[in-house]
Design a protein around this ligand. Structure first.
Ligand code: ATP
Ligand code: MG
Length: 543
């Protein structure tokens, strides 16, 4: 059998070895109240990944017990995200499909004296709940007769009472040291149109009661959830036991994924969308899976990230730049190279012959070979790669200096044209004879290598870069609205190799000395180079 590599797999391995279960079954249980985020990718890797590893199956389970917040749009988006990550579910189930059974099981609990209808308000229930050190107080409705409870619950379902007027509570133990066991509410009255069951129901089961039933009904063997449900486990077990399930799933909790300076809650992400701080859930700056997909991050890199973070039992926070670092590692091998110039400075080249040069697609993948790029007596280099007053150890172009043009020739400074303020507007350089890359016989040692484009064939292209949506708390204060980075998206027009106008949308490149970008199309239909991740760690550089 496959060797376990984390504590969840240890448990599963044991349960399979001991014959406690014959086949593993898990489920990925999103609530369709928003788009999935990077934290959900971790949960998917654990649920789908572990099932696959142990030859079991994983269902997609929509936990739709809060009708006021859930929508079909979210159901569809969630499916798309799962497919994008390359996972496939065995079956799809919805908590709402089980509503009739969940209701029947509540009737059974009432008949066995294990649930009662209470007229208390939410506030009254809270007041009587007790504290961690003091037991709770019994509800005045706790000892209603079975017949009365059956009638009242039936009437709740039939719509006789207003929202919040009555609830159904499990009758467990008001003195339990675990507050979740102090007669938790298991059904509430709520008039909200459900995205699947419409107005069929005006009572809805609570998560803690519905979830274990749905797990058991599906045949889930291991119900994997995040750490905040640890204290709910006794209730989970109480429900499956008292509802009479023979095969009872085992709940195991793992630590949530938290990333420094990253919103990881649908509630906040929703606020970003609703208050128009971003252009929808799939904005490339959002940590949603659709945002990450739009950004151009490959699913393989995201899965690699989740695997490298690992599965553990204690909450912790991953450093902000870590996902970027994993993405860079992946793209370094998988993305072809190309050149653009962001702040163009024209260079006239003396002694240059118009020609095509061979440009390697990707040094990490030499089998792919080379493509042709054009070279002539007029090129653009980046204005930042020339300095009139260079600092010490400046290896790019300076007065009377040399620099190598990537994949082309070494050039030598000859002259500069300045504007009225003394800023360079054009350079004149000469091509060093015999200095062609790959067959350099010039004997000139040249430390600096810079990117360039042929001025005669290059195209203007929009270039968009992204920075974190949130400023780090230490500079901007703790409040979310104060931390919004107003410069999270910047746009400029660059001079790009003509090649970049011919490549397909979605192709990813390392734009040399700048970062990884993908070819995209802007809303107005114009081509765009959109940043996936910079070459350097901007977050930690704290600019
Ligand atoms: P949110 O607060 O963003 O709404 P949630 O936990 O309420 O998150 P669900 O849709 O209920 O979102 O989550 C589906 C599954 O994904 C659950 O099992 C949940 O525990 C898991 N999950 C959610 N966020 C994370 C995270 N940051 N790290 C790991 N797993 C997560
Ligand atoms: Mg939730």
């Amino acid at each position: 059998m496959t060797e376990p590599t984390n504590f969840i797999e240890n448990i599963i391995h044991e349960d399979l070895e001991s014959g406690k279960i014959t086949a593993l079954q898990t489920r990925f249980p999103p609530e369709p109240n928003g788009y999935l985020h990077v934290g959900h990718a971790k949960s998917m890797c654990i649920n789908f990944g572990t099932a696959k590893k142990y030859g079991g199956k994983c269902n997609l389970f929509f936990d739709d017990t809060n009708p006021s917040k859930e929508k079909t749009e979210f159901v569809e988006a969630i499916k798309e995200d799962i497919n994008w990550l390359g996972f496939s579910w065995a079956e799809i189930h919805y908590a709402s499909d089980f509503f009739p059974t969940i209701y029947e099981l509540a009737v059974k609990l009432i008949k066995e004296g294990k649930a009662y209808v209470s007229d208390e308000t939410a506030e009254e229930i809270r007041m009587r709940r007790g504290t961690l050190t003091e037991p709770g107080e019994e509800s005045p409705f706790r000892n209603r007769s079975v017949e009365e409870n059956l009638t009242l619950f039936e009437e709740m379902k039939a719509g006789k009472y207003a929202d919040g007027e009555k609830v159904l509570r499990a009758k467990i133990d008001m003195a339990s040291p675990n507050i979740n066991m102090r007669d938790p509410v298991i059904y509430r009255i709520l008039r909200a149109t459900h995205h699947r069951t419409g107005d069929t129901w005006c009572i809805y089961p609570m998560y803690d009661y519905a979830h274990p039933i749905c797990d058991a009904m599906q045949g889930v063997t291991h119900s994997l959830c995040t750490l905040e449900f640890e204290d709910h486990r006794p209730l989970y077990n109480w429900v499956t036991e008292n509802c009479g399930f023979e095969k009872r799933p085992r709940q195991i909790e793992f630590a949530r994924l938290n990333i420094e300076n990253t919103m990881m809650s649908k509630r906040y992400l929703k606020k970003m969308v609703e208050e128009n701080f971003v252009e929808g859930w799939s904005d490339p700056r959002m940590p949603t899976l659709s945002g990450i997909r739009n950004r151009g991050i490959p699913p393989e890199a995201l899965i690699d990230f989740c695997e490298r973070v690992g599965v553990c039992k204690a909450n912790s926070e991953v450093e902000a730049g870590y996902l970027d670092a994993v993405v860079r590692d992946y793209l370094n091998v998988h993305a072809d190279r190309a050149m653009v110039v962001k702040n163009p400075l024209k260079v006239k080249l003396l002694g240059a012959e118009a020609q095509t040069l061979a440009f390697e697609y990707n040094p990490g993948n030499p089998e792919k070979g080379t493509r042709e790029i054009s070279f002539s007596d007029e090129i653009y280099i980046d204005a930042d790669d020339f300095s009139l007053n260079p600092p010490p150890k400046y290896h790019r172009l300076k007065k009377d200096g040399y620099v190598r043009l990537k994949n082309a020739y070494i050039i030598k400074y000859e002259d500069v044209v300045l504007d009225a303020e003394g800023n360079p507007v054009e350079l004149v350089c000469s091509v060093v004879p015999g200095s062609k890359s790959g067959s350099d016989e010039s004997g000139i040692k040249c430390k600096g290598v810079i990117q360039w484009v042929d001025a005669k064939t290059c195209v203007d292209m929009k270039l968009r870069t992204y920075r974190s949506l949130l400023l780090p708390a230490e500079y901007a204060g703790q409040d979310f609205s104060e931390r919004l980075n107003k410069e999270s998206m910047t746009e400029t027009v660059c001079k790009a190799e003509a090649y970049l106008s011919t490549v397909a949308e979605g192709e990813r490149f390392q734009l040399m000395r700048m970062g990884y970008y993908k070819k995209a199309t802007d809303k107005d239909g114009t081509p765009l180079l959109s940043e996936i991740v910079s070459l350097k760690d901007n977050f930690n550089a704290k600019k």
